[in-house]
Design a binder for this molecule. Structure first.
Ligand SMILES: Nc1ncnc2c1ncn2[C@@H]1O[C@H](COP(=O)(O)OP(=O)(O)OP(=O)(O)O)[C@@H](O)[C@H]1O
Ligand SMILES: [Mg+2]
Length: 317
C-alpha cells in the first residue's frame, strides 16, 4: 500500500468483462477508502465473483483502470498480490488436512519461518475458536467452522486488503453473527474489506458503502442511509383512539387514513425534524395519538425500487 492514507485501497473505473457474447460487467466504477468495508450486493449471476476475481488479479478485465493498494492489477499484479487476501466463494480448505495443517501450509506459501508460522497458526486457531478441533481433519468441520478456517487461512499473511466472496452464505444466524464480529474486528485494526453478499441485512449491518450490482451494472451506490433515502415509502404511522381523532388528525397533518385499524400513515423520511413537525401540528390541533411507529425504507425496498425485482430467489438469466 502506498503510504498516502488518501489513496483508495481499491479503485476501479470502467471495469468491463464479457464471456463471448455475454456482457458480465458493463462498466463498473468502485472506490473503497482505506480501512472501510465496502459491500457488493447482488443476486445470483449479478457479477460479484467476476468482479472479485478481477480485483484480485485472478482474471483479466477486458477494459478498465483498476488499482488495488495503489498498484495496477495488470502491470503490477505481484505487488497487488502481496497486499491482499482472498476468501473465495468456494472454500480453499484442504479437507484431508487438519485445521492446523491448513494454516501451516499457508505459512509455507507465504515463506514464513516455521516458528513464526506455528505462532500465527495458534493465534488464529484461538481467535477463530477452532483450537479444540485443530487436529481434526477439516472434512469433519461444520460449514461454519470450515468458513472460519477459510478466513483464518486468508489472514496468515496479514493482508491489509481483504476480499470476501459471500463469507456467510449457508451459515446459520449465529455463525453469521460470529463472522460479522470477526469482520468488524479486522476493520477496527485498519484492514480494508470488500465483501460480496446476497443479503441486504448483511450489507446494511457491516458496510460503510454499498454498491448494488444487477446484471453487470451498478444500479446504485452509497451509504446504507443514502440508499434508503432513494426510496419512497418511509412514513410515520400514527394510531388513534377513535374515528373523531383520526379524522381530525388527517385534517391537521394529511396522510392516508385507515378507518379500519384507526391508523394514519404520514409520508416522512423518518428523520427527527419531520417527526417533530407532525407531532407539533397534532399538538396544536389538540390531538393526542395513542401510538406511533416510524417506518424507514429498508434495503429490500431499495432493491425492489432499483431493479424492479426482489433479491431473493432471482434466478440467473
Ligand atoms: N468462466 C465463465 N464462462 C462463461 N460465463 C461465466 C464464467 N464465469 C461467470 N460467467 C457468467 O457471468 C455471470 C456472472 O457470474 P458471477 O459468478 O460473477 O456472478 P455472482 O454475482 O458471483 O453470482 P452468485 O451469487 O451465484 O455467486 C453469470 O451469468 C455467469 O454465468
Ligand atoms: Mg459468486
Amino acid at each position: 500500500m502506498t503510504d498516502d492514507p488518501g489513496t483508495p485501497a481499491i479503485q476501479a473505473r470502467g471495469l468491463r468483462k464479457s464471456y463471448g457474447e455475454q456482457v458480465v460487467l458493463d462498466g463498473i466504477d468502485i472506490t473503497v477508502p482505506q480501512g472501510t468495508i465496502f459491500s457488493l450486493l447482488g443476486p445470483n449471476g449479478a457479477g460479484k465473483t467476476t468482479t472479485v476475481q478481477i480485483l484480485t488479479t485472478l482474471l483479466r478485465a477486458d477494459d478498465g483502470d483498476i488499482r488495488v493498494g495503489g498498484h495496477d492489477v495488470v502491470a503490477d499484479a505481484d505487488a497487488v498480490r502481496r497486499e491482499i487476501g482472498v476468501t473465495g466463494q468456494f472454500s480453499a480448505v484442504d479437507e484431508l488436512m487438519t485445521g492446523r495443517e491448513n494454516l501451516l501450509l499457508m505459512g509455507d506459501l507465504h515463506h514464513l519461518p516455521r516458528g513464526e508460522s506455528r505462532r500465527i497458526a495458534e493465534e488464529l486457531l484461538t481467535r477463530f475458536d477452532l483450537l479444540d478441533s485443530a487436529d481434526k481433519a477439516a472434512k469433519a468441520y461444520s460449514g461454519g467452522m470450515s468458513r472460519r478456517l477459510d478466513l483464518a487461512m486468508t489472514l496468515v499473511g496479514a493482508p491489509r486488503i481483504i476480499f470476501l466472496d459471500e463469507p456467510t452464505t449457508g451459515l446459520d444466524p449465529r455463525s453469521r453473527r460470529t463472522m460479522w464480529g470477526i469482520i468488524r474486528e479486522l476493520v477496527a485494526g485498519g484492514v480494508t474489506v470488500l465483501l460480496t453478499t446476497q443479503y441486504l441485512e448483511e450489507a446494511d449491518e457491516l458496510a460503510d458503502r454499498i454498491a448494488v450490482l444487477d446484471h453487470g451494472r451498478i444500479v446504485a451506490q452509497g451509504t446504507p442511509e443514502e440508499l434508503k433515502r432513494l426510496v419512497p415509502g418511509g412514513h410515520i404511522r400514527l394510531t388513534f383512539a377513535d374515528h373523531t381523532a383520526l379524522d381530525a388528525a388527517a385534517l391537521a397533518v394529511g396522510g392516508a387514513a385507515n378507518a379500519e385499524d384507526l391508523t394514519l400513515a404520514v409520508p416522512s423520511d423518518g428523520g427527527v425534524r419531520s417527526l417533530r413537525s407532525v407531532l407539533d401540528r397534532l399538538d396544536t390541533a389538540g390531538i393526542e395519538p395513542e401510538g406511533l411507529a416510524v417506518h424507514t425504507p429498508d434495503l429490500d425496498d431499495v432493491f425492489l425500487t432499483l431493479t424492479g425485482a426482489p433479491t431473493t430467489e432471482k434466478e440467473n438469466v
